[in-house]
Design a protein around this ligand. Structure first.
Ligand code: GSH
Length: 207
C-alpha cells in the first residue's frame, strides 16, 4: 500500500495537477480510479465517503483527506519540501496564480474541452463565450511568461503544475495553442523536468 492515494481519472486535468506533483516529488503514491463517466462522483456514496463536493481529485494520506487540487498541491509542497514558497511574498504570488487558474484559466479551458471534445455539443453560444474567456486567460499567462521562465520566476512551483493541468491534452483542446509561444516554451520546459508523464500515462482510464 502506497503512502499517498490519489482519487483521479485520466481525463481529469484537475487530477493531473497533483498527480504530476506526486510524480515530480518522487513521493510514494498510487492512483485510485474514479469512474466519472459512469457517474461515480454524483453518487451519494462518493459524496458521503470520499468528497462531499462530488469531485476528483481527492488525496488520502494516512487518516487525512484533502480535496481541491490547489489545497492538495499546497499540502504536497509542505510534506515534500519541494515546489512551494520560501517566503510570504512567494506564498501570496503562488496563491494569486492558483486562484486565477481555478477561476478563469482552468475554469474556462476545462469546461470548453468538456463540451466540445467529450460531450460533443458542437459550437454553441456557451462554447463561444468559453472560448473567448479561455483565449483571454491564455493570453494573460502568455504575457506573464514572456518575462518569466516559470509562473513565480526562475523555478517551477505548484503554481506551474496547477496552470498547466489541462494543456497537455493535445488535440482534445478545442483551440490552437501555437498562438501562445511563451506558453508553448514553458510547457516544453515542464515536459523536460525529471519524471514528467502525460496524463494518460499517469492516471487510469476506463474508456
Ligand atoms: N476546483 C476543483 C475542480 C475539480 C473538478 O471539477 N473535478 C471534476 C473532474 S476534472 C469532477 O470531479 N467533476 C465531477 C462532477 O462534476 O460530477 C479542483 O481544482 O480540484
Amino acid at each position: 500500500m502506497a503512502e499517498f492515494t490519489l482519487y483521479c481519472f485520466g481525463e481529469s486535468g484537475n487530477s493531473y495537477k497533483p498527480a504530476l506533483m506526486l510524480q515530480f516529488t518522487g513521493l510514494d503514491w498510487q492512483a485510485k480510479f474514479v469512474d466519472f463517466f459512469n457517474g461515480e462522483t454524483r453518487t451519494p456514496a462518493y459524496r458521503e465517503m470520499i468528497n462531499e463536493m462530488g469531485e476528483a481529485p481527492v488525496l488520502i494520506h494516512g487518516d487525512r483527506k484533502f480535496s481541491q487540487s490547489g489545497v492538495i498541491l499546497d499540502y504536497l509542497a509542505e510534506v515534500s519540501g519541494k515546489f512551494g514558497h520560501t517566503n510570504d511574498e512567494e506564498r501570496r504570488e503562488i496563491l494569486r496564480w492558483m486562484l486565477f487558474d481555478n477561476h478563469k484559466f482552468t475554469g474556462s479551458i476545462a469546461s470548453l474541452r468538456f463540451l466540445i471534445s467529450i460531450a460533443k455539443t458542437g459550437e454553441t453560444a456557451t462554447t463561444d463565450w468559453l472560448r473567448k474567456r479561455a483565449l483571454g486567460a491564455l493570453a494573460v499567462v502568455d504575457g506573464h511568461l514572456a518575462n518569466n521562465s516559470f509562473i513565480i520566476g526562475k523555478r517551477p512551483t505548484i503554481a506551474d503544475f496547477s496552470l498547466c493541468g489541462y494543456l497537455y491534452y493535445g488535440e482534445e483542446l478545442p483551440f490552437d495553442l501555437n498562438q501562445f509561444k511563451h506558453v508553448q516554451k514553458w510547457l516544453d520546459t515542464i515536459r523536460n523536468l525529471e519524471g514528467w508523464k502525460h496524463p494518460y500515462n499517469l492516471m487510469p482510464r476506463k474508456r
